[in-house]
Design a protein around this ligand. Structure first.
Ligand code: TGC
Ligand code: FAD
Length: 387
């Protein structure tokens, strides 16, 4: 077992050897290749480009994808454990992997033509191609059904017009999965980098996810070939991809929480005030125990959710509960860890502020905390707050 995994309840014994192998190989990579360099990239606001091919070699793209297209055909629990480890390093790296796996490889494998699958999936798995997912628009975030980006049928394909915003990897992507309304119905399209009328300027000035590229996508009479349309119709197309990504985020948040907890525990044991380690003070112990308690609960939620995903029995609302709980839990852990580190907690020498600031985005994207509250509220009352 990786020495970096916090496992108070011996949850380890619930995982198979294959699942542990995937977790530990990703964990080793995170310890050796991500943690030593990520703070510099965060401070400079750059994505560590050299990691893409290494992540591909490690096998983190296409984890659940069929071997027919170059994937590892592993289960969802393995995918979740890999996301947990990546986010223990940084949410930006988990974001990169979430988008590539859940928001690009998944929809292409599920909804594209066989020709498009053969064209893109092996390249996305090998890291030769990077993908992005364009759903959010400047005026339609929580309410993607209101989108105003349009597609119009032409003789040879479809003409896209509109703009997307806050798109992870947009500027560096070779292929964009884009959602637009065709005759008023939401449809998905594959848009290749370099298609005339398509541009993806980077958004700057973020205080969060600084090691991730975030972009606008602009479509001005951008024509895509007829074969680039997905077969799925309606909002359930993009929302089915979000189920996958939200699942990975629920696991990822545990990784971020473990990172800040471990830093806080070590710091509390070595920091002396009033002649004793601060870890001896009851108020500090209460904060540490709260973190341990919540992380353990989150691990159990994800273990169960992973098993439900593995047998196809997870409902979107189950995923909402885990995303909502675990991200909020991780953010609260980061804030408590910041308090325990005192002034040192704001320094880049410790991972605390980086995780804390990242988790502000994670709490907002893939459905805000409150949107997941309302999804769950609708599920248990039968009454929709969105109507
Ligand atoms: P509603 O009327 O409820 O549903 C419309 C259609 O969609 C179906 N559906 C789902 N299908 C699959 N999975 C789900 N989770 C689904 N939820 C709903 C539903 O059955 C219906 O199907 P049909 O066939 O009857 O038409 O839709 P609504 O317009 O009332 O919206 C509901 C709401 C608010 C829950 C939804 O729009 C929502 O989840 N909003 C949040 C938006 C969001 O999460 N955006 C994320 C953008 S991508 C991103 O953030 C990437 S971050 C990447 C990274 O860096 O990691
Ligand atoms: P809004 O929808 O305007 O919400 C603002 C506030 O109002 C929130 O607190 C929300 O909870 C609340 N609110 C909204 N509606 C209701 C309601 N009915 N009841 C109660 N409260 C409500 N999108 C993509 O498509 N692809 C990406 O790759 C992507 N990557 C992202 C990367 C980053 C770093 C960030 C920050 C965002 C990314 N997003 C991406 C966009 C993200 O999904 C949206 O920001 C998110 O869905 C929320 O939309 P919004 O920011 O427009 O907020």
């Amino acid at each position: 077992m990786s020495s970096n995994i916090l496992d108070y309840y011996n949850i380890d014994e619930l995982f198979s050897d294959e699942e542990k192998l995937i977790r530990d190989s990703v964990g080793k990579f995170v310890d050796e290749e991500i943690i030593p360099i990520i703070e510099k990239h965060y401070q400079e606001g750059t994505y560590p480009k050299h990691l893409t091919s290494k992540l591909a070699e490690l096998g983190v793209f296409g984890i659940t994808l069929s071997e027919d297209y170059g994937g590892a055909a592993a289960n969802y629990t393995s995918y979740g454990l890999a996301m947990q480890e990546l986010e223990r390093g940084d949410s930006a790296i988990r974001s990169f992997a979430s988008v590539q796996n859940s928001l690009v490889i998944f929809p292409i494998s599920r909804y594209a033509s066989e020709e498009q699958k053969r064209k893109w999936l092996p390249k996305l798995v090998s890291g030769e191609a990077i993908g992005c997912f364009g759903l959010t628009e400047p005026d339609y975030g929580s309410n993607p059904g209101g989108m105003i980006t349009t597609a119009r049928k032409t003789e040879n394909g479809y003409l896209l017009n509109g703009a997307k915003m806050w798109i992870t990897n947009g500027t560096v992507a070779d292929v964009a999965v884009v959602w637009a309304k065709l005759d008023g119905v939401v449809r998905g399209f594959i848009v290749e980098k370099g298609t005339p009328g398509f541009s993806a300027p980077e958004m700057k000035g973020k205080h969060s996810l600084r090691a991730s590229v975030t972009s606008e996508l602009v479509f001005e009479d951008c024509e895509v070939p007829a074969e680039n349309i997905f077969e799925v119709e309606g909002l359930r197309g993009p929302l089915s991809c979000l189920n996958q990504a939200r699942y990975g985020i629920a696991w990822g948040a545990i990784g971020a929480a473990i990172a800040v907890y471990q830093s806080a525990l070590e710091y509390a044991k070595s920091r002396i005030q009033f002649g004793k380690p601060i870890a001896q003070f009851q108020l500090i112990q209460e904060k540490l125990v709260w973190m341990l308690n919540e992380i353990t609960k989150a691990q159990l939620v994800c273990h169960r959710l992973g098993r439900l995903m593995d047998v196809g029995a997870a409902r979107p609302q189950h995923i909402s509960l885990a995303k909502r709980n675990n991200v909020d839990m991780a953010l609260q852990c980061a804030r408590l860890a910041r308090e325990i580190h005192g002034a040192n907690g704001i320094l880049g020498e410790y991972p605390i502020m980086r995780h804390s600031a990242n988790l502000e985005s994670v709490k907002t994207y893939e459905g805000t905390h409150d949107i997941h509250t309302l999804i769950l509220g609708q599920d248990i009352t039968g009454l929709s707050a969105f109507e």
